[in-house]
Ligand binder design. Structure first.
Ligand code: TRP
Length: 473
């Protein structure tokens, strides 16, 4: 399918309210509806340790299982971040939002894995692998370094040169089918097969850091724009399908662990080829489960090996993740994959200079990481403003911050100080500050930001290999 067709499919489906297209350049901004429709959690900055600027301002607005990651932060347990970039154009401010978050996670103790989606760029944009590689390093990795990602705990790899990711993509592909892809992505008979493979490779990207050779079992959080949520839903769904043990709420309080008998584990679970349950094997599985759960400090455990369930009446919802974790560990010991569904966070999209969507194919709509101060100044001066047509009206009615692009750029990128930002908001909305003055504040902030970034890029020149994983060299 070509780009335009995508937009059409997406538009039709958005009207039906059922689909987000990750490859469309269109962007829905009905965040409330997205939260409701896809069952996302909302982010409460008060529940996050050292919330960053994007959390405090409601720009990172939704999540799945972020509490699991926050639990790791609070108890200094390991967790990882996986993020990906499509190496098919210049890096702009919109892309920097994810890196801001990655940096924050890194400061809270996360290890970082960065996917260069060179296979996806080939599949969906026709970018050759060698061109993708060059763009990834020059444009993206270089700016990530300049933004302050630390190389010691950052690993950049390429989809095309990490066999473990491709192996996962292939084997996890058994857990889904074309109808599901049709429903999630709108794929049809004329979709090229590389494009069909791309989401599976992304599933491999997201899952693989939990494998033993890439850091082992630990929560992995994926910070993305909402447009990437279909991939997260698919990955979570597939990971759950592979799980040998399910942890569910128990009707009369507590949690229940239930065996999920599948081809891969039926022998290990004591299900004979004739369907009969082998008591001895089943009992020994249950004693291992029981031991794992006792190790967590529970003593009241009701086992029902015949039905394949084990109840833990005293367990609360907040015990769920440690019980799940110990069952995944046991699954791995028994020969299963033991995959945790990924956690995720979602950020709002920054608007383009014209107040519509930002697009790298329309350079006037966005600020690029290597724009010089003159280019940036021109763009900001032409940006959509929330000011009134005349000074008199403006003084009387005040500016509209919800429309004003310069104000929003201060909010998203250039004014880190919350109190200073609120001063600007108050003065602008009351009419004390004029639109041109807000633009100047934005230009001042952006100039400093861009100059600093440029300086840092120069410092990193020639040293980017520090960020690359061994298989990326
Ligand atoms: N699909 C992403 C994009 O369009 C790139 C990507 C590939 C990615 N694998 C990923 C993003 C894993 C997050 C996690 O930009």
């Amino acid at each position: 399918m070509r780009c335009l067709d995508w937009v059409v499919v997406w538009a039709i489906d958005m009207a039906n309210g059922s689909r987000i297209d990750p490859w469309s350049s269109d962007q829905s901004t009905d965040y409330g509806r997205i939260i409701e429709q896809f069952g996302l959690g909302t982010v409460d900055p008060n529940e996050i340790p050292n919330p960053g600027m994007l959390h405090r301002r409601g720009i990172v607005f939704a999540h799945r299982d972020l509490d699991v990651v926050v639990g790791c932060m609070n108890s200094s347990e390991p967790f990882g971040v996986l993020t990906g970039l499509m190496p098919s154009g210049r890096m702009h401010l919109g892309h920097s939002m994810v890196i801001e978050q990655v940096k924050w996670f890194q400061q809270q103790g996360a290890d970082i894995t960065v996917t260069v989606a060179d296979l996806e760029a080939l599949a969906t944009r026709g970018t050759s692998l060698s061109k993708g590689r060059e763009t990834a390093i020059k444009e993206y990795v270089h700016n990530y370094a300049a933004m302050g990602l630390r190389p010691e705990s950052t690993n950049v790899y390429f989809q095309s040169s990490r066999p473990a990711v491709q192996r996962l993509a292939f084997s996890l592909g058994r857990r889904t089918n074309l109808s599901e892809f049709e429903a999630i992505y709108g794929f049809a008979g004329d979709t090229n097969l590389a494009h069909v493979q791309a989401p599976l490779v992304q599933v491999g990207d997201i899952i693989h850091p939990q494998m033993d050779e890439f850091g082992g079992l630990r929560p992995i959080v994926v910070p993305v724009g909402v447009d990437q949520d279909p991939h997260l839903r698919l990955t979570r769904d597939i990971a759950q399908k592979t799980n040998w043990f399910n942890v569910k709420s128990r009707k009369s309080g507590g949690l229940t662990v239930a065996l999920s008998v599948q081809d891969e584990n039926s022998l290990a679970f004591g299900v004979n080829p004739n369907g009969r349950v082998d008591r001895e094997t089943r009992d020994s599985v249950f004693s291992r489960m029981e031991e794992s759960i006792r190790d967590l400090g529970f003593s009241d455990i009701l086992s029902n090996p015949k039905h394949g369930t084990m109840e833990v009446p005293a367990a609360t919802q907040s015990d769920r993740s440690k019980i799940r974790m110990s069952m995944l560990r046991l699954e791995r010991e028994m020969g299963g994959m033991g995959l945790m569904p990924p956690c995720s966070t979602y950020h709002r999209f920054a608007v383009g200079m014209n107040g519509d969507k930002m697009s790298s194919s329309k350079p006037e709509t966005t600020i690029f990481m290597d724009d010089d101060v003159d280019e940036m100044t021109k763009k900001v001066n032409r940006a959509l403003s929330g000011g009134q047509p005349t000074v008199e009206e403006h003084r009387r009615l005040g500016g509209d911050t919800s429309k004003d692009v310069a104000f929003q750029y201060l909010q998203f990128f250039f004014e880190e100080d919350d109190a200073a930002l609120e001063d600007v908001r108050r003065d602008y909305e009351s009419g004390r500050l004029l639109a041109g003055e807000v633009k100047q504040l934005c230009i001042d902030g952006a100039s400093e930001w861009l100059k600093d970034l440029k300086e840092k890029r120069q410092q990193w020149e020639g040293q980017l290999d520090d960020f690359l994983a061994p298989d990326a060299n």
